[in-house]
Ligand binder design. Structure first.
Ligand code: THG
Length: 370
């Protein structure tokens, strides 16, 4: 596939780490929340996948922007926008939660951090969330402040991430539980660190608020990282599909509701909570969904998905669309994520798909893949 340059400008913001990753050999970016997100270093995608699963990488994921919502009505507003029950949410924990509109359509699938009883960060996927939140708050006259916090995340991902972090911060970091966060001191500043990240290889996310100390922290990791075979990296398409981590704008978007996306465990309807789209979701639940996110295994070893690709059954009936995919070295074939129409929901349904002029066969499967 031919690739093209991105013309940089102020509008496509860099991050505090851009100078670092450019010295470290970044070779491609995508744009996410109007910012630069590295997508490739010198290693191939497949080399980076194997490295991520064996060692440890540091990623510049500043593009995961934080919308801060604080003030007297902040909990009410956050709950109004999500179908996940946050009434018992605890300070010091992260919550993956679908943000939906009045028709129960997906606006974003952020990680929500509860910083204090009346202070939240919404850690966004590539989506138009902040103006939606502001519009609701203005219209409802809620007593809240909403703004983009000055926070830039770097992520430490891979099986050796705990050993690396321990070397820099000490053994206390080992106590952090999945999706918990706490504050750790480095270079005279406290840093919010969560046990989270967009891979299933275990890792941490450092929510950097103090640029000087944060960059010193980033540099320190590379200073001591050799013994863990540390490399600069970025979210890996092969690993994230294999791990079934969804990508907003690719696998799911504003045309889908959370039940169609398989977010059933984050859809809490039996309660007195007030949130947008609740009646619509109850209706969808009683009538049943008409499309559903599923896995696809395709008998080929090459794919580049740059828009959705139609999927057919053996009688040429359109049964859904492929939304992302990549060759997977473990499955030794292409695997992908697709939105499949009713009544073709059964795993092992045989499929046909045309990839760049080549007719391919394959099968549906349930998510997650592993
Ligand atoms: N970290 C932070 N912000 C983010 C992302 C992140 N914002 C954008 C994007 N990623 C949001 N999407 C996801 C998708 C999946 C997960 C996190 C963010 C995830 N899911 C786990 C899973 O599916 O098993 C755990 C979910 C849970 O147990 O609640 O980690 O990566 N800061």
């Amino acid at each position: 596939m031919k690739n093209y340059f991105i013309s940089k400008s102020k509008r496509l913001r860099g991050t505090p780490y851009t100078s670092r990753v450019e010295k470290q050999g970044v070779t491609a970016y995508t744009i996410y929340n109007h910012m630069l997100l590295p997508t490739r270093f010198e290693d191939t995608l497949e080399e980076a996948y194997h490295h991520l699963k064996e060692h440890v990488q540091v990623w510049d994921v500043s593009v995961q922007r934080q919308t801060e919502i604080n003030g007297k009505d902040s909990s009410r507003l956050v709950q109004l926008m999500t179908c996940r029950d946050l009434s018992k949410a605890k300070v010091g924990r992260c919550y993956y939660a679908p943000i939906i509109d009045h028709n129960a359509k997906l606006i974003s699938d952020p990680v929500i951090l509860k910083l204090a009883e009346d202070r939240w960060w919404i850690s966004l996927s590539d989506s138009d969330f902040e103006l939606f939140a502001k519009g609701l708050a203005i219209g409802l006259k809620y007593d809240v402040n909403i703004f983009e916090a000055k926070v830039d995340i770097f992520s430490v991902q891979g099986p050796k991430s705990t050993d690396l972090m321990k070397k820099v911060l000490g053994p206390k970091i080992e106590e952090l539980k999945f999706f918990g966060f706490d504050y750790y001191e480095f270079a005279g500043s406290k840093h919010l660190i969560a046990k989270s990240g967009w891979s299933k290889q275990s890792g941490f996310e450092v929510y950097m608020e103090h640029e000087k100390a944060g960059l010193a922290f980033y540099d320190k990791l590379f200073e001591v990282g050799d013994e863990f075979n540390l490399k600069p990296g970025c979210p890996n398409l092969i690993e994230r599909i294999e791990s079934s981590l969804l990508s907003y704008g690719n696998d799911i978007d504003i045309g889908d509701n959370p039940l169609e996306c398989g977010f059933d465990k984050y859809v809490n309807l039996d309660n007195d909570l007030e949130f947008l789209g609740k009646d619509e979701l109850k209706k969808v639940k009683s009538e049943g969904i008409k499309k559903k996110l599923m896995g696809v295994k395709i008998d080929t070893n090459e794919i580049a998905v740059t828009s959705s690709i139609n999927i057919y059954d053996n009688s040429n009936n359109l049964i859904g669309e492929l939304r992302s995919g990549s060759f997977n070295p473990m499955f030794k074939q292409v695997i992908g994520i697709a939105m499949i129409n009713k009544p073709y929901f059964n795993a092992s349904q045989e499929i046909k798909i045309n990839l760049d002029g080549k007719n391919c066969t394959g099968k549906l499967c349930d998510l997650p893949f592993i």
